[in-house]
Design a protein around this ligand. Structure first.
Ligand code: ATP
Ligand code: MG
Length: 565
């Protein structure tokens, strides 16, 4: 690709620069990448970074990206995860087209590559136990010891390996090892295990195999078989690269993919490791993989995060090799940014306090028709009924207001958004002294939008008409962990001790304007002044809706004042 054919987006990180150079120099005609999850759990936001890098660069540079399952460990893998992962990748907006593959599709070729290594004297059947192999591997400062089986003849190795394949040995009795260098400073190069016996059925190949290749043997070769040009992975694989390169050089691989490592995404106040996520789910600390407090893609989706907010986040954090620990607010800001532009507005009262407008006729209802979105007139208008009895939020009333409290208080005035100015004349209490109702009067001359809107009052609050509003349950979420790096203060790193015990608050009597029921699609709403809320797709019923708070609004007062002037 020459410079004037360059993609619309300039290279913005070191990986894109490498790709761009490789295409410009003609080293590759077309970019080929892959996203290679192991189907042993559902995807989290860290995976989104990798998906966006692999599928995103393929899109930008007009290449292709394989959606490949690295399914070499039948003990931990499940079909349910395969389906969930595919759903998550499509939700993010990426399309693998014809290129859905499985490492298990390559088991036969991989086996042949293994025989090729044996034939060249580059691999041998090891008959020591796993424990003995571990003990003779050496340490970072000491070399390992050669296995007594290292010098088996090619014929003997071939015979034994074939017998391993046909099931003549029990699990753990033999493995196939590469013959590299037991004194290598890189422990991955000390005769790593390539194949082991596992007499368990595989979710895709059933009982066809009882030996399975290890990830390190499989990964680079699968890349090569797919013609991957740039194999993009996280930094923990850097030390494995010499092994991948060794394997690719020793067998007749169709091509040599170039592996490039980048740093993993870490987010503060959460954990992003499938092992830990599985533990949270299995031990019941959360409701499931899609619990809205989980930073899994299914959890974010259920919470109301638009896929475009997740993509914006990945774009914003960028790609580099440096360690990072991103603040949750970066993710939340992306949700706000996207939702502010798209979410229809409604009024919703989370903690209802009844207000009777004593001078408003009992049998009268009028209807206000504010825009569904202040900046998108094409989204149309909604119908907001107003009547004698309304609900406002308890927090918008103070009996004893501080000096700069501009909302409702005894004898004070406030504007009801889209409606009138009311004044609080009387406060009604129950036996315990709790405020249960306010008696107010409205001023008809202050109708919103009317020519003479009347005098200006500082505060504007939201409300709903009591007889028209819909009662819903609202779930407010906070961070799942109370510490920025869960487990960091514990000598054993136990992250479970840092779970935030107040990460969910359920409000069962919230009142929302009736227009919410006419929503055609599942969409995220902005409850004006309050935040963004999404109908829970699992627990909502037609007549009993449950809303998840996606994210709070920030600086609502500043915004309202601005809109008013
Ligand atoms: P985990 O460590 O969470 O269990 P994993 O790396 O074992 O994840 P895989 O299924 O092997 O999960 O991951 C598929 C791809 O996603 C890999 O290429 C991996 O590098 C990448 N990936 C996983 N976690 C992150 C992360 N936090 N940030 C960026 N990329 C990630
Ligand atoms: Mg992994």
């Amino acid at each position: 690709m020459s410079d004037n054919e360059s993609p619309a987006l300039p290279a913005t990180d070191f990986i894109r620069s490498i790709i761009r150079d490789d295409l410009a120099s003609g080293k590759h005609q077309r970019l080929v990448t892959r996203f290679p999850p192991e189907p042993n759990g559902h995807l989290h936001i860290g995976h989104a970074k990798s998906i966006q890098l692999n599928f995103g660069t393929a899109e930008e540079f007009k290449g292709i990206c394989f959606m490949r399952f690295d399914d070499t460990n039948p003990l931990k893998e499940e079909e349910e995860y395969v389906e969930g992962i595919l759903q998550d990748v499509s939700w993010l907006g990426y399309d693998w087209g014809e290129r859905l593959t499985y490492a298990s599709d390559y088991f036969e070729q991989l086996y042949e590559f293994a025989e090729e290594l044996i034939t060249k004297g580059k691999a041998y059947v090891e008959s020591q136990s796993a424990e003995e192999i571990r003990q003779t591997r050496g340490t970072l400062t000491e070399p390992g010891k050669n296995s007594p089986f290292r010098d088996r003849s090619v014929e003997e190795n071939l015979t034994l390996f074939r017998q391993m394949r046909t099931g003549e040995f029990d699990d753990g009795t033999h493995v196939l090892r590469a013959k590299i260098d037991m004194a290598s400073p890189n422990i991955n190069m000390r005769d790593p295990v390539l194949y082991r016996i596992r007499k368990v059925p595989h979710q895709r190949t059933a009982n066809q195999w009882c030996i399975y290749p290890l990830y390190d043997f499989t990964h680079g070769l699968s890349d090569a078989m797919e013609g991957v040009t740039h194999s993009l992975c996280t930094l923990e694989f850097e030390d494995h690269r010499p092994l991948y390169d060794w394997i690719l050089a020793e067998v007749s691989a169709p091509c040599i993919p170039r592996q490039i490592e980048f740093s993993r995404l870490n987010l503060r106040y959460t954990v992003l490791s499938k092992r830990k996520l599985i533990q949270l789910v299995e031990e019941g600390h959360v409701g499931g993989w899609d619990d809205p407090r989980m930073l899994t893609l299914s959890g974010l989706r259920r919470r109301g995060y638009p896929a475009s907010a997740v993509r914006l986040f990945c774009e914003r954090i960028g790609i580099s090799k440096s360690e990072n620990n991103i603040d949750m607010s970066v993710l939340e800001d992306c949700a706000r940014e996207v939702l502010d532009k798209t979410a229809p507005r409604v009024m919703g009262v989370l903690k209802p306090l009844k207000v009777v407008i004593t001078n408003y006729p009992e049998d009268q209802t009028e209807e206000f028709q504010p825009a569904r979105h202040p900046k998108n007139p094409e989204m149309g208008n909604r119908k907001v009924p107003f009547s004698r009895e309304i609900y406002i939020d308890h927090d918008d009333f103070r009996e004893d207001p501080p000096p700069n409290f501009f909302r409702l208080a005894p004898g004070k005035e406030v504007r009801l958004r889209y409606a009138y100015v009311i004044r609080c004349d009387e406060v009604i209490y129950d036996e315990t002294g709790r405020v249960t109702e306010l008696r107010c009067t409205y001023d008809p001359a202050t109708r919103s939008g009317a020519k003479a809107e009347g005098r200006k009052v500082k505060g504007i609050i939201h409300w709903v008409s009591a007889k028209d509003s819909i009662q819903v349950e609202v779930r407010l979420y906070d961070r799942l962990f109370a510490k920025p790096i869960p487990g960091s203060d514990d000598p054993e790193g136990n992250f479970l001790n840092d779970i935030n015990q107040d990460s969910i608050e359920v409000l069962s009597d919230c009142q929302v304007e009736p227009g919410i029921m006419t929503a055609e699609n599942q969409e995220v709403f902005q409850f004006e002044r309050v935040g963004y809320y999404y109908p829970d797709p699992v627990d909502s019923l037609a007549d009993a809706m449950v809303f998840n708070r996606t994210v709070t609004l920030r600086d609502t007062w500043a915004r309202l004042e601005q809109e008013q002037t």
